[in-house]
Design a protein around this ligand. Sequence first.
Ligand code: AHM
Ligand code: MG
Length: 282
Amino acid sequence: MTEVVEAIFETVAATAPEVRAGLVGRREYQEKENPSGERKLAADIHADQLFEERLLAIEGVASYASEERETVTGDAYGDGYHVAVDPLDGSSNLKSNNAMGTIVGIYEEPLPAAGEHLVASGFVLYGPITNMVTAVEGTVTEYALDDGKRIAVAEDVALPDEPTVYGFGGRVPDWPEDFERFVRGIEQELKLRYGGAMIADVNQVLTYGGIFAYPALESNPDGKLRLQFEGNPIAYVVESAGGGSSDGNQSLLSVEATELHQRVPLHVGNTVLIDRLERALG
Ligand code: AHM
Ligand code: MG
């Protein structure tokens, strides 16, 4: 198992510089929307094509699914791992030249699958430097990417005990009342850090401790982010780093998977804050 998982992470790392280099000149929106009904950038399509081609070429990868395509490609029910990718998370940040990421979830079951079927997950953050964080068998490692090669910079990454930062998506008037009440408390204690790319915001939580959420909205009780491509892989990283995740009631990893592009209210961070959130929404 570990060999294929390593090959997947190696491939994602090797592809990241090309994704990054390909951003220049791909900042314009395309005609077609993605399966979640959002506008796609040329950069989203480019990154998706690179990851599909490279990941399906790995022996031991049965299928590939991404936020940018309707259905699973490869052998949807074949033997091997089923890889779910958000090729460019936070791509609306490209216009304003802010951070973005790539997310990868490696499942041992055909997709859609619950987070309990993840064997590993990780992300790349295209910030001032490109780094990568992986979670394998409960261990989180941070790497700097140098020319597509991983250099470990932190082993056994764990959330700091003392939370410092928070970031919550969605418009305030669209937040359910119980969530807004929870936020008013958090605001008194932590510092706001919200950048519009989940990967960048979650990486701040991993680094400084705190909480990130894209909650249920009045206009969309399932929130915005997608379970297969965003919720599960990020929950797996944060929980492996000693933090917690929740859809409001339970760990994201326990949420039943019903559709490839299903959305889920997403909250991750220090367990004390996730417990407090669940009490507030209970
Ligand atoms: P994307 O994967 O299509 O880019 O959408 C996900 C992003 C998250 O990174 C971020 O937390 C959220 O959407 C921001 O949404 P909004 O622009 O509505 O605040
Ligand atoms: Mg995304």
